[in-house]
Each structure stands twice: as structure tokens, then as C-alpha cells.
Design a protein around this ligand. Structure first.
Ligand code: CAA
Length: 240
């Protein structure tokens, strides 16, 4: 029987590429999404991957969504915490709402998704968790005090949980994508985006599939010795 993988924010952008790559690698994939019904319906039509709608910022909705998926397809072996939002503003203009929305989704969201699954992964003595952080959690970014704080928090969470999961054969890793050609990056003002591309040694934005391939490797049996790690995929823009 194939393993079951759940990808949050899995119907668009990097998440859609991850869902498709896991499906191609033989997993039974289910995607979560929060807002865009039209994109989710189109994604399911194209891929056959079922989508479930809830916000990862809502703990009870996460627990209920996970229970529903497990009833339909069985226990979840692989969790990819990919869902994320931006509310960019220089700090002097940043509102409490912009701070809270980003922390609730990008940081608390990975707690909300992982916590209801954790006991079951421990019981079954297998699990693969991949948290999609960001280059901006590593280096910080002007206009992203909220996002950088959340994404740096995701890395601390990854390292702590990796230590707790190791004995139960659960690996927990993070990927830090650089600037990838998705709607999120295309929403950055063009002049700013051009200047960012100028800082990427490979001279281009990344492709979502380049991140998806990292996920497929980290969740494989072959990657069982890799846990608590941060995989950097940023075209050389920031070297840790
Ligand atoms: N360093 C220093 N100064 C900067 C700067 C930077 N990186 N970026 C902007 N500034 C300056 C501007 O030049 C401007 O200076 P002046 O007033 O002297 O002209 C000042 O900061 C403020 O600019 P604005 O008044 O235009 O500010 P704004 O309210 O329009 O907002 C911003 C600016 C929202 C931060 C905008 O610059 C922006 O969107 N920047 C991009 C942020 C970014 O990289 N986001 C990543 C999104 S993609 C993502 O998050 C995915 C991922 O993981 C990589």
C-alpha cells in the first residue's frame, strides 16, 4: 500500500509542485488549501489529487481535517507544512493584524498541523515531516519582520522536534527556498523583484519543481539518517 502524504497549501505554487512530485513518486497525496476554491478545483481536475479546505491557523479545523482525511485514505505518513502567507510592510507601517496573521499561519500553523498527528506517528513508529521555511527566515528581509520571525521560528521548531521524533523513526526537516517563480514572489513590486534577481548568483528565480524534488528526497526511506536539517535551495543567494 502506498504511503499517504498531506501537503498544506498544496494546490498552488510550491505546494502544488510538491503534491504532484509526491504523487509521481507513488504516494497517495491529499492537499489542503485555505482560500482559492477555483484553483483547488482546477488542481483536482488536472491531477486527481483531492483537496480539503481549512485554515492551518485554526487548530480545531486542522484536527478535524486530519481526522477526515485519515478516515478516507488511512493514516498520514508524510506531512509537508508548506502553507504560508506574506503581509509585507516596513516595520514602522506594520499593523498588529499583519504581524498576527503571518505568525498564526506560518508559525502556529505548523504546530496546529503537526500536533494532532504526532502521537499517531509515534505509535506507528514512522513519520516524515518537512517544514517549508524560507531564505528570509535565515537572513531576514526588509519589509518582512513578521515573515522572517515566523520562518526562523519554523527552523527552531524543526530542530527541537527532530530530537524528540528520532527514536520513533520520525524525521523532521526544513527546506529554505530562495526566491521561487510563484504568485507570491510575482506580487513583489517589479523593481524590487528585479533587484532581488540581481542578487541571485545563478541569475534567475527558482522553479517550484526544484523545491519539490528536495521534499521527495527528504521523505524517502533513503533519507532516514537526515533529521533536524535545513536544506537550502536559493541559487546561491545566501550561504549558511
Ligand atoms: N533595503 C533598504 N531599504 C529599502 C529596501 C531594502 N531592501 N527596500 C525598500 N527600501 C526603502 C525604499 O527605498 C524606501 O526608501 P525611500 O523612502 O528613501 O525611498 C523605503 O524603504 C520605504 O519604501 P516604501 O515607502 O516604498 O515602502 P512600502 O510601504 O511601499 O513597502 C516593501 C515597501 C513592502 C517592503 C516593498 O519594498 C517590498 O515589497 N519589498 C519586498 C519584500 C520581499 O522581499 N518580500 C518577499 C516576498 S516573497 C516571499 O516571501 C517568499 C520567500 O520566502 C522568499
Amino acid at each position: 500500500m502506498s504511503r499517504v502524504a498531506l501537503v498544506t497549501g498544496g494546490s498552488r505554487g510550491i505546494g502544488a509542485a510538491i503534491s504532484k512530485a509526491l504523487q509521481a513518486a507513488g504516494y497517495t497525496v491529499v492537499a489542503n488549501y485555505a482560500g482559492n476554491d477555483e484553483a483547488a478545483a482546477k488542481f483536482t481536475e488536472e491531477t486527481g489529487i483531492k483537496t480539503h479546505k481549512w485554515s492551518v491557523a485554526d487548530y480545531d479545523a486542522c484536527a478535524a481535517g486530519i481526522a477526515r482525511i485519515e478516515e478516507e485514505v488511512g493514516p498520514i505518513d508524510v506531512l509537508v507544512n508548506n502553507a504560508g502567507i506574506t503581509r509585507d510592510a516596513p516595520f514602522h507601517k506594520m499593523t498588529r493584524e499583519q504581524w498576527n496573521e503571518v505568525i498564526d499561519t506560518n508559525l502556529s500553523g505548523i504546530f496546529n498541523m503537526t500536533h494532532p498527528l504526532w502521537a499517531k506517528m509515534r505509535e506507528r513508529r514512522f513519520g516524515r515531516i518537512v517544514n517549508i521555511s524560507s531564505i528570509n527566515g535565515q537572513k531576514g528581509q526588509f519589509g518582512q519582520a513578521n515573515y522572517s520571525a515566523a520562518k526562523a521560528g519554523d527552523l527552531g521548531f524543526t530542530k527541537a522536534l527532530a530530537q524528540e521524533g528520532a527514536r520513533a523513526n520520525i524525521t523532521v526537516n526544513a527546506i529554505c527556498p530562495g526566491y521561487i517563480a510563484t504568485e507570491m514572489v510575482m506580487a513583489v513590486p517589479e523593481k524590487v523583484r528585479e533587484s532581488i534577481i540581481g542578487q541571485i548568483p545563478v541569475g534567475r528565480l527558482g522553479e517550484p519543481e526544484e523545491i519539490a524534488r528536495c521534499v521527495v528526497f527528504l521523505v524517502s526511506d533513503e533519507a532516514g539518517f537526515i533529521t533536524g536539517s535545513t536544506m537550502t535551495a536559493n541559487g546561491g543567494q545566501y550561504l549558511t
